[in-house]
Design a protein around this ligand. Sequence first.
Ligand code: NDP
Ligand code: HSE
Length: 403
Amino acid sequence: MAKIAILGYGTVGSGVAEVFWTNEKLIDERAGEEIRIKYVLDLRDFPGDRVEAVLTHDFSDIVNDPEVTVVAEVMGGMKPAYDFTKQCLMAGKSVCTSNKELVAAKGPELMRIAREHHVNYLYEASCGGGIPIIRAMNESLNADDLSEISGILNGTTNYILTEMTENGTDFGDALKRAQELGYAERNPEADVEGYDAQRKIAILSSIAYGKTVYYEDIHTEGISGVTPTDIEYAKKLKMKIRLLASSFREKGKYYAMVAPVLVEHTHPLYSVDGVFNAIFVKGNMLGDAMFYGSGAGKLPTASAVAADMIQAVKAGDTVLYSNWKEEEADLSPLDSSSRRFFVRVPVEKKEEAIRVFGMDAEQVNLEERPEETALITGIMTEQEFEQKAAKLGGILGRIRINM
Ligand code: NDP
Ligand code: HSE
């Protein structure tokens, strides 16, 4: 029998316990042995909850118990998660996590410590909630040279943008609902300002390219600047605004970005709504593949953590392969990457804007906003766009167009 422990009985942690309790028989069969939760660590008490039988407030109960071989770290944040994870790995326990903040910041170090102690540090739930993307990249796509990975990686912002688009919901109300549904980070600024997606694309890129992509180096913009007017323009254009996280490799250089983009109605990301996430991967043999599913929430995320724990139990002291290496991937600035831009300007600047952005810029107007006009530029580099926008001055907003 394998004994496991869960650090944190919040949204994800309570989900992990529920997965093991609900699917106990099936999991035992698939694992080839019984797996039982011996401890759940949390700061709080949970009167009347089944967890009471295994609840502890003392981490040393877990780390000092040789019977516990696999631990889920689902507390989140850096402190004390980083220290607890290291202690567990050094005590010869595999650790499985949904904590992308910790994985993005310390993943290579924690994987090295795990290897040195013949255990595993697994993090399937850190990206895309319940979507099996990490294992797919480390195992199923192992024969391919991956050159691009992109997609919708944050459920909260996708939920907010969908609510604003479909139901005209106010930004703040949509965020509040996402928090109630358990999708948002403890500090939802991480979702809204794109930092969560930034960490996820750093993790996925590190696996895809086999080098460490540091999240701090990724150009990141969130959705706090997206207005109901932008959404009205998007509707008129038969497009949707989505927070896209993307990275690609070209001629040995790496590029990565997180930003809101306009997605055309013919693009597969157009129909990714609500808490759903979608991830595209491009391989030199595979071509394109897309992974789709629930990007956040208690049980989808818990399902991924629990599957990692089962894999860790089965692996025992075998260290599982990971494509992510410690060598740094040198990210290039975005300046030279090209795309079209949607740009809003005051109506009195219309003629000048057309001169500056080029006669091929397409015009869009909203009847209810006669005081402004919007243009869709031709394809230009980020640097060209910034220079033109600075020359024109006074632009009301701009959104990249996904190509
Ligand atoms: P919650 O805040 O709901 O849960 C965290 C739990 O850990 C809380 O019960 C908290 O207790 C407890 N905890 C915090 N610090 C300690 C400590 N020192 N000792 C014991 N218990 C502690 O967060 P989530 O479950 O939503 O998220 C957990 C992790 O999973 C985060 O890294 C998050 O980014 C990630 N994640 C979340 C998803 C989601 O949909 N929610 C999806 C994918 C990943 P208390 O409340 O008393 O502080
Ligand atoms: N806050 C995150 C999201 C949780 O909304 O995507 C899943 O990682």
